[in-house]
Design a protein around this ligand. Structure first.
Ligand code: GLN
Length: 392
């Protein structure tokens, strides 16, 4: 047989999603792939059951149902103070996953350079390959996951056409301060680069951290493509609803990419999602409170067990340091992936190996998430106690 494309030989499947399959196969508690084990708001489900009988069941407008785009524009304009036009500046996509790859394919020619902070959500590596872009990785340095502005500027000097910004940042939980975003924005303007964002965790931000949408900074709306989704905000990851917002000329071009990639996101789910967006500010405040409680509770549980971890400012992810385990004779020479596979089978909790997020050789971290009901978190913590016994 003729060989397949070279492209498909240059990346693996998603380790995050692979861990879910391994977890399911062994009946473990899945704290690997980040998605909640609770339902979307009742209003969305109610509307979904009406829609099941009333429709729509056929295609929506390719770039998204008008009422959903209007609702997204209203939320976004309130948060940014911008005057985004829902007809010309928004595309509803199949999750932010499609929004990101669509943005990259719209902006990049093969060979163009794109800055990606490391650690990074693994999709960005594959997005770069699929769009032909060459990533320039700029480290976010632990423990604070700061970046060096000089190093970042070097990336722009090398000719980066765009920067990918995940804020709040998966997997390290960093929430970029306004000052840091201003440094990024000034460099993007100085070197005439685009910023492509992934802001799906915008409502999982823990005080005193505050999330700023970079497009709201002076001069940034015209060079930022804001990608977001309803998956995390409305606990509806399976609905596959996301969106991208940007300047009119960029979105006009992106509409073509989106149209030929997917035609559009599921029409009945778009209709039901409007009910979620219409819930208003209180819903987001309650969600934030819920996740703040979950974070504090889970971190306290990890502390009681004696597991070392970072303190996320945002997202629902925690990086746990497994160095102490890897130093023990029984784990000698193990990779973080082997450790995670062992954890699934022997401890009954699934995590993602940290190395799938870092460009640098980092093998001593695993990522857990706490988007779980309290009972599930309790059960997971009880199982993780078994790890402690190994160290004793
Ligand atoms: N963003 C989630 C994570 O990092 C998962 C998203 C996905 O699998 N599409 O786990």
């Amino acid at each position: 047989m003729r060989k397949l494309s070279e492209r498909v030989g240059t990346f693996t499947d998603s380790v995050i999603r692979r861990m879910t399959r391994i977890s399911d196969a062994h009946g473990a508690i899945n704290l690997s792939q980040g998605f909640p084990d609770f339902d979307p708001p009742a209003e969305m489900l109610e509307r979904l059951s009406q829609v099941a009988h009333e429709g729509p069941h056929q295609y929506s407008i390719t770039f998204g149902a008008k009422n959903l785009r209007d609702a997204i524009a209203s939320k976004y304009n309130k948060a940014t103070g911008l005057d985004t036009n829902p007809d010309t500046q928004i595309i509803v996509t199949c999750g932010s996953t499609e929004a990101m790859i669509c943005a990259m394919m719209t902006v990049c020619n093969p060979g163009d350079k794109v800055i990606v902070f490391s650690p990074f959500y693994e999709n960005y590596g594959a997005d770069a390959i699929l769009s032909g872009a060459d990533p320039i990785y700029v480290p976010l340095v632990p423990p604070e996951y700061d970046f060096d502005p000089v190093c970042l500027e070097q990336g722009f000097q090398e000719g980066a056409k765009a920067l990918v910004l995940c804020n709040p940042s998966n997997p390290c939980g960093k929430v970029f301060t306004k000052e840091e975003l201003t440094v990024i924005a000034d460099l993007a303007k100085k070197y005439d680069a685009y910023v492509i964002t992934d802001e799906v965790y915008e409502h999982m931000v823990y005080a005193p951290s505050v999330h700023t949408i970079i497009a709201s900074l002076p001069g940034m709306a015209e060079r930022t493509i804001t990608c977001n989704s309803l998956s995390k905000t409305f606990s509806a990851t399976g609905w596959r609803l996301g969106y991208m917002i940007g300047p009119k000329d960029v979105i006009e071009a992106a509409k073509k990419v989106h149209d030929f990639l997917t035609v559009g996101a599921p029409a009945p789910l778009q209709e039901a999602a409007v009910a979620g967006l219409n819930l208003g500010e209180k819903y987001y405040e309650d969600l934030n409170r819920l996740y703040t409680q979950k974070r504090d509770y889970f971190l306290q549980g990890l502390d009681e067990i004696g597991l070392k971890h970072n303190i996320p400012q945002g997202t629902y992810f925690v990086l746990v340091d497994i160095s102490e385990f890897l130093a023990l004779p029984q784990f000698k020479g193990w990779t973080d992936l082997e450790f995670c596979e062992w954890m699934i089978k022997e401890i009954g909790v699934a995590a993602v190996p940290g190395s799938s997020f870092f460009k640098e050789p980092v093998y001593h971290l695993i990522r857990l998430h706490f988007a779980r009901q309290k009972e599930t978190i309790d059960k997971a913590l009880r199982r993780l106690q078994k790890l402690k016994k190994i160290l004793d």
